[in-house]
Ligand binder design. Structure first.
Ligand code: PEP
Ligand code: MN
Length: 349
């Protein structure tokens, strides 16, 4: 199999346990995955755990089980590397795909060391987003690998930590991977729904969203007996469920050959563009007035930011927005952006 990410059929699937636990577990899951759509088997060998004392991975011994599983079934293997020693051991044991974990991507020193250890490698290297919602840090890590002439790269979206409670273990923040995709249009983008979800119920809907957003692949934690897993038990699924999820995904295409559909879509897109131009024109006019207000306030020595007035406007717009079926979150964001731009215009002399 050609393990060039750009050549794999979309969406491609990597699956396997959070952690390699025993030789039997690794061999059992490899045999099941070989019969599934998975193009490679993942298994964590060194586990970056939040607290010491939790299961921290079986270490080097597990690499021999991965190698054995590959020799027996032919399934390529994938594991996380967090330092140059891991890189050396993984490659020595014929691991095919390496991934950089979220807790490593946050550290430019670690990323640089790993990238240098992998210089020029042709194997796929997947770079998870950093734990914090920082697009630049994710991009920076990718650039460090590119600079070491590592071409077979992919980005792996596993969500972002947040202190507030949420239904997710890690908040998806879809806008961040989509912004990454606009910065690197040719870079394959994969979803790790397991670490976003934190529980197995959310895996299917997350995969569907990713598919609707044109993601290129998935990495999904899969275990022969999920409830007995030594790490991340709640979010792991059986190979049977994995196959069901893949079979139930609703695949959408970028185009349709139906002519009428194409014409109607083009018409509606034109209508939207017309409205968008009007919005921009109106915003331009609004800002011209803001500039005048700025001159006025300056002449009278009145401060530019008037919190009470701003509060009133926002309340009014939230009311109006809800009459037009616009969510309060959107109206707030939209008006904050307008208000900021308006202040800048008022500051213009
Ligand atoms: C993992 O994939 O097993 C893992 C530790 O994930 P993350 O780096 O996303 O926390
Ligand atoms: Mn895990």
């Amino acid at each position: 199999m050609d393990l060039k990410l750009s050549n794999l059929d979309r969406p491609f699937l990597l699956a396997g346990p959070c952690s390699a636990e025993t030789e039997e577990q690794v061999l059992e899951i490899a045999r099941d995955l070989k019969k599934s759509k998975a193009v490679a088997m993942r298994a964590g060998i060194w586990k970056p755990r939040t607290k010491p004392g939790s299961f921290e991975g079986v270490g080097e011994e597990g690499l021999r089980w991965l190698k054995k599983a590959k020799e027996e079934t032919g399934i390529p293997t994938a594991t996380e590397v967090a330092n140059p020693k891991h890189v050396e051991l993984a490659l020595k044991n014929d691991v095919d795909i390496l991934w950089i974990g979220a807790r490593t991507t946050v550290s430019p020193f670690n990323v640089q060391e790993i990238a240098e250890a992998l210089k020029g490698i042709e194997n796929p290297v997947l770079i998870k987003n950093p734990v914090n919602p920082d697009l630049a840090l994710w991009m920076g890590a990718i650039e460090r690998f590119k600079k070491q002439n590592i071409q077979n790269l992919g980005a792996l979206h596993r969500g972002f930590s947040a202190y507030e409670k949420s239904k997710y273990r890690n908040i998806p923040e879809w806008q961040i991977p989509l912004d990454l995709k606009s910065e690197f249009p040719d870079l394959p983008l994969l979803l790790d729904p397991s670490h976003i979800a934190g529980n197995r119920q959310l895996i299917q809907p997350l995969c569907q969203t990713a598919l609707d957003l044109n993601y290129d692949g998935f990495m999904i934690e899969t275990h022969p007996k999920p409830d007995e897993a030594w790490s991340d038990a709640k979010q792991q699924i059986t190979p049977e469920i994995l196959n069901e999820i893949m079979a139930n995904l609703n695949f959408k295409t970028n185009t349709s050959s139906n002519e009428e559909f194409g014409e109607n879509l083009a018409l509606m897109r034109d209508q939207i563009s017309d409205i968008d131009y009007k919005i921009l024109e109106s915003l331009g006019k609004r800002m011209e007035i803001a500039t005048k207000i700025g001159d006025f306030k300056r002449a009278e020595n009145v401060s530019i930011f008037q919190p009470e007035h701003w509060k009133e406007i926002l309340q009014e717009m939230l009311k109006k927005g809800s009459q037009h079926d616009l969510s309060s979150g959107f109206v707030k964001k939209f008006y904050k952006a307008i208000h900021q731009e308006s202040i800048q215009h008022q500051q213009k002399e």
